[in-house]
Design a binder for this molecule. Structure first.
Ligand code: ATP
Ligand code: MG
Length: 235
């Protein structure tokens, strides 16, 4: 479904943040990108969304190159991102934040159908439809950010550190939600620093270190790897 081939990505005036990275996400999979601060995880997601363009290499979605497609059309093609730090409109009510996620849909009927589905998936949001986003709890805000991502009816949902800043007690709830979404047929690309939980729910994962992939494998298999246990799990 998604394929990166030898992608190198950098920022204006900066060194390359991602170097010669290749990976795939197949339909129906949950794939994680894990790595420490500054490894290049968000950079990769920004490039797939079209917010940054690779300096070299290719990004293909269902075989089609994305490098010349504007971000808006990338959403239309079925890729949605839930950004790091959630990026909600705090003063706007929950329901308006959700509706903004449907901007790429062509019809109002589709948007209303999405809205009903998302509110069905997150009853807490349904109960708080009219509440300003900034007054939601951290966990509820993350649900809202995920819900907004789902509003465009994506085939591939990319999540950038969904568990960041969430009470430990609620973290497993977020991961359970991701698993649930994936069971409904959505493909998921997950970026996480919460390596244990991420690998535990992933079919496959890639470990990123200073812009390069250093290890990959099945999620459960990587949990047993010495490198992962030492670098991320403090063992
Ligand atoms: N807007 C920017 N301009 C210049 N350099 C940037 C920019 N954003 C990120 N970088 C650099 O790119 C590298 C990768 O950053 P990135 O945000 O992708 O890391 P990350 O793996 O998502 O880290 P974190 O876990 O802290 O979110 C870092 O060295 C960072 O300094
Ligand atoms: Mg990041």
């Amino acid at each position: 479904m998604l394929e990166l081939k030898n992608a190198s990505i950098g920022y204006k005036g900066g060194v390359l943040a991602v170097q010669d990275v290749s990976f795939t996400v197949k339909e129906g999979e949950v794939v994680s990108l894990v790595g420490s601060n500054g490894a290049g995880k968000s950079t990769l997601l920004r490039a797939i969304s079209g917010l940054l363009r690779p300096r070299a290499g290719e990004i293909l979605f269902n075989g089609e190159p994305l490098h010349a497609v504007p971000p808006y059309d990338i959403v239309r093609k079925g890729i949605a991102m839930v950004p790091e730090g959630r990026q909600l409109f705090g003063r706007l009510p929950v329901i308006d934040n959700l509706r903004l996620g449907a901007y790429a849909l062509s019809s109002k009927a589709d948007a209303e159908r999405s809205l009903a589905e998302v509110l069905g998936l997150f009853p807490r949001l349904a109960e708080r439809k009219g509440q300003r986003a900034e007054t939601l709890s951290g966990g509820e805000q993350q649900q809202l950010a995920i819900g907004r991502g789902l509003m465009s009816r994506p085939k591939l949902l990319m999540l950038d550190e969904p568990s960041l800043g969430i009470m430990p007690k609620l973290v497993s709830e977020i991961f359970r939600t991701i698993r649930e979404i994936s069971k409904k047929g959505l493909t998921v690309l997950l970026v996480e620093q919460n390596v244990f939980e991420a690998l535990d729910i992933s079919d496959r994962a890639y470990v990123l270190q200073t812009g390069k992939i250093v290890l990959d494998g099945q999620g459960k298999e990587l949990l047993q790897s010495d490198m992962v246990r030492k670098a991320f799990l403090g063992m």
